[in-house]
Design a binder for this molecule. Structure first.
Ligand SMILES: Nc1ncnc2c1ncn2[C@@H]1O[C@H](COP(=O)(O)OP(=O)(O)O)[C@@H](O)[C@H]1O
Ligand SMILES: [Mg+2]
Length: 281
C-alpha cells in the first residue's frame, strides 16, 4: 500500500527564484526502511516538510502538483490530522522539545489529540520502554545529552503511533557510538511495528546496510529511487559527490583492479561472503 504519494510536485520558497523541488513523483510504501540521500541544498529537508503538510501550509511559497498522505491531500488536511499518520523528528530535536519534563513532552501530542488519560499512560509506558528513557522521565529537555534528546523526540513521535516516522539527519549531533545506537533502535522499531522509516543522513555507512530502499536527490529532483543495491550499482550513485560507504569504496576499487565483477554489496555479511569467495579462488 502507498502511504505517501507525490504527483508532479514542484515547490519554490517565497523570495527564491529557483524551485527547491522540481517535478517530484514519488511513492512511499508501508513497512520499508528508506535512506534519503543527496548533497546539502539538494532538497532533502524541503521534501520532508511536504510529507506532513508543513509545506505548503506553514512555509510561504508556490507549489504545483499534489502530495497525498494515506490518501489525503496535504493541502486539504490539517497538520494536526496528518501528524497521526506521519511523525517527523527534525534536525535539532531540542527545538522540538518544549515541555517542563520528558514525561509531559511525550504526553503533549496525545493530550492535544484528546486521547483519554488511561490510554496516554499506556502509550507513554510503551514508548519509554522502547527508547529506554525510563531513568530521565522527570528531567527537563535542556538537561539532557544530544542522544537523550534524540530518544525523547523519537518517543514523543512514536506515542502518536504514526505509520511513517521520518528523521532529518538524526545523527548530526551525536558521537559515532550514540549514532549507531539510535540507528539500531530505529531498525528494531521498524521490524517490530512494521512502520515505514525515512532517514535523511550523511553517514551512509551506518544506514545503507540496514535500509531497504535508497532515494537519491539532486537539485530538487529524485534522480533514483530503488532497492539499495540497484541504486548503489548505478551511475548516478557513482557520480554523486558524497562520502561513499566503506564497503562500496573497497569493492569499487576491487572492480577497477578487475578482481571483482559482480554487484557491489551493501551489507557486511554479503561483503564478507564475496570476500571469502575471492580468497578461495
Ligand atoms: N525556509 C527556507 N526559505 C527559503 N529557502 C529555503 C528554506 N529552506 C531551504 N531553502 C532552500 O531550498 C533549497 C533546498 O534546501 P534543503 O531542503 O534545506 O536541502 P537539504 O536538506 O538537502 O540540505 C536550498 O536552495 C535552500 O537554500
Ligand atoms: Mg536538510
Amino acid at each position: 500500500m502507498c502511504l505517501i504519494k507525490f504527483n508532479k510536485f514542484y515547490y519554490r520558497y517565497k523570495g527564491n527564484d529557483e524551485y527547491a523541488l522540481n517535478n517530484i513523483n514519488l511513492k512511499i510504501e508501508e513497512n520499508k526502511f528508506i535512506l534519503l540521500c543527496g548533497l546539502t541544498g539538494s532538497g532533502k529537508t524541503t521534501l520532508i516538510r511536504c510529507m506532513n503538510g508543513l509545506i505548503p501550509q506553514f512555509y510561504a511559497g508556490y507549489y504545483r502538483g499534489s502530495v497525498e498522505v494515506a490518501g489525503k491531500d496535504t493541502t486539504e488536511t490539517t497538520i494536526a490530522d496528518l501528524s497521526t499518520e506521519i511523525g517527523i523528528v527534525f534536525q535539532n530535536p531540542e527545538n522540538q522539545l518544549i515541555s517542563m519534563n520528558v514525561e509531559h513532552e511525550i504526553a503533549f501530542g496525545l493530550e492535544n489529540l484528546g486521547v483519554p488519560r488511561e490510554k496516554i499512560k499506556e502509550r507513554i509506558k510503551e514508548c519509554v520502554n522502547i527508547t529506554e528513557i525510563e531513568n530521565i522521565l522527570d528531567k527537563a529537555p535542556f538537561e539532557l545529552s544530544g542522544g537523550e534528546q534524540q530518544r525523547v523526540a523519537i518517543a514523543s513521535i512514536l506515542a502518536l503511533e504514526p505509520r511513517v516516522l521520518i528523521l532529518d539527519e538524526p545523527t548530526a549531533l551525536l558521537d559515532p557510538y550514540m549514532a549507531k545506537k539510535i540507528i539500531n533502535l530505529l531498525k528494531e522499531i521498524q521490524n517490530d511495528k512494521k512502520i515505514t522509516i525515512i532517514i535523511s543522513e550523511h553517514r551512509m555507512d551506518l544506514i545503507l546496510p540496514i535500509a531497504d530502499q535508497l532515494i537519491l536527490l539532486k537539485d530538487g529532483q529524485v534522480i533514483e529511487h530503488d532497492k539499495c543495491d540497484n541504486v548503489v550499482n548505478g551511475l548516478n550513485f557513482q557520480n554523486l559527490r558524497i562520502n561513499k560507504p566503506f564497503i562500496f569504496s573497497i569493492f569499487n576499487q576491487l572492480k577497477k583492479e578487475k578482481l571483482f565483477n559482480e554487484k557491489i554489496p551493501t551489507s557486511i555479511p554479503e561483503a564478507i561472503n564475496y570476500l571469502k569467495n575471492l580468497i578461495e579462488k
